[in-house]
Design a protein around this ligand. Structure first.
Ligand code: JF8
Length: 396
């Protein structure tokens, strides 16, 4: 992976030579170049700022140095262009999901602003040549983009294959359910009169796992109730799943459009039925499939459907698994998938589903749930089919 960083304070990015990222660079897994924006100025004072048109406080970054710096990057790319990331308090929130998306890019460029920001035309000009994404580290005010870049680059680079050991990344996978981590302890077992919880010394691995999961729930409830909201309503207490009726069609139609926009982007195609189908077609789907919906305080936030395959009655088809974009990553999709699987008739031997070839997030979830990708093209153009064999029910 190649990463270029543009800043008027290149020294601010010196930590990118340390630790994990430094090692990744030494091993040739990461080609990271920090450039001084002032090298692309042409006046004696190497000026990068000017007063804002329309008045107001502070200074604005002039467009010319940015234009010249981005031109030089593109000229250096042998036909390729970087995905430009601009940290800014007004950007989309940077998240683990975003880090994963960016970790799969070949070439990233980060533009660190200062002062009141960068002349808006720089974004417009860049966007005519390369993907541009404005990302915020969080809801507080920094003085420039450099600290945000340090955080984002660390989060992204550790996801590049080979940078972090495989065992560690597997541990991460198992915790991607939207809950906070459990507390950890090491020796000594008593320190300043404080004891390590006895269950951790018991050697009872089942009890330890249950204790840790409970700690994660308690901690999440105390510190991040916003994360618990949907996943707990769903998780163990039994989420409120209802069979969909014709009265749900309009809300379903809205939800599926919201959910499949990201699929359209991931698969570079707008020819995706759930994205474009009419309300009439949604109603038709409700007649042809068993459809379930999840509501959260009355709002329709998720859905899935299932039916016996017409071609092969021993196969149970699962389809249209969707979770409202603002509630994704909390285990709702997993819970809905498990529900639709459990609704398969007893004699169904194979569970089948289908997703876009480019839908990395979906594919990751389905693989984790035990599905294997079938060979070649899926049932629809640009898709893959996935199947999972069902365990025969004992005594059934
Ligand atoms: C900035 C350039 C940021 N979460 C965040 N708070 N503030 C920033 C930020 C980023 C760039 C500039 N001021 C001038 C603030 C991010 N990302």
């Amino acid at each position: 992976m190649r990463i270029d960083v543009l800043s008027i304070f290149p020294d601010y990015l010196d930590p990118l030579g340390l630790s994990l990222i430094g090692k990744a660079r030494e091993q040739g897994l990461l080609d990271l170049r920090v450039r001084d924006l002032r090298d692309y100025t042409h006046d004696r004072h190497r000026t990068v700022d000017d007063t804002p048109y329309g008045g107001g406080a502070g200074m604005v970054m002039k467009p010319e140095p940015w234009g010249a710096a981005l031109d030089a990057l593109v000229a250096d790319g042998a036909g390729a262009v970087p995905h430009l990331v601009v940290p800014g308090p007004g950007g989309m929130p940077f998240s683990q999901a975003m880090a994963r998306t960016l970790a799969s890019e070949e070439w990233l460029a980060f533009a660190c602003g200062r002062y009141e920001g960068i002349d808006e035309r720089v974004y417009e000009d860049a966007a005519s040549r390369m993907p541009v994404t404005v990302l915020s580290l969080g809801d507080y005010v920094l003085s420039g983009g450099e600290v945000a870049v340090l955080a984002m680059v660390e989060a992204i680079v550790r996801l590049v294959p080979g940078v972090v050991g495989n065992a560690e990344s597997l541990v991460e996978e198992s915790h991607e359910d939207g809950l906070l981590e459990y507390p950890v302890y090491t020796r000594p077992s008593v320190w300043r009169g404080l004891e390590v919880p006895s269950v951790l010394l018991s050697g009872d691995h089942g009890a330890i796992a249950r204790w840790r999961q409970r700690q994660r729930l308690l901690r999440t409830a105390a510190r991040r109730p916003d994360l618990l909201h949907a996943s707990e309503a769903l998780g163990s207490e039994g989420l409120e799943i209802h069979v969909a009726t014709a009265g749900d069609a309009a809300e379903l139609s809205t939800l599926q459009r919201a959910c499949w926009v990201s699929e359209a982007i991931a698969n570079a195609s707008l020819d995706i039925p759930p994205l474009t189908e009419s309300l009439q077609a949604v109603r038709q789907g409700l007649r042809e499939w068993r459809t379930w919906v999840v509501r959260d305080s009355g709002r329709l936030v998720g859905s899935v459907r299932g039916r016996r395959s017409a071609q092969d009655p021993s196969t149970w088809e699962v389809s249209r698994l969707m979770v409202a974009p603002d509630l994704q990553g909390r285990g709702i999709g997993r819970a809905l998938l498990a529900f639709a699987e459990g609704a398969a008739p007893e004699d169904a031997r194979t569970l089948w589903l289908n997703t876009g070839r480019g839908s990395a997030d979906n594919l990751r979830m389905y693989k984790k749930a035990g599905y294997r990708i079938g060979p070649g093209e899926g049932t629809f153009p640009g898709t893959v089919d996935l199947t999972k064999l069902r365990q025969p029910v004992r005594g059934g």
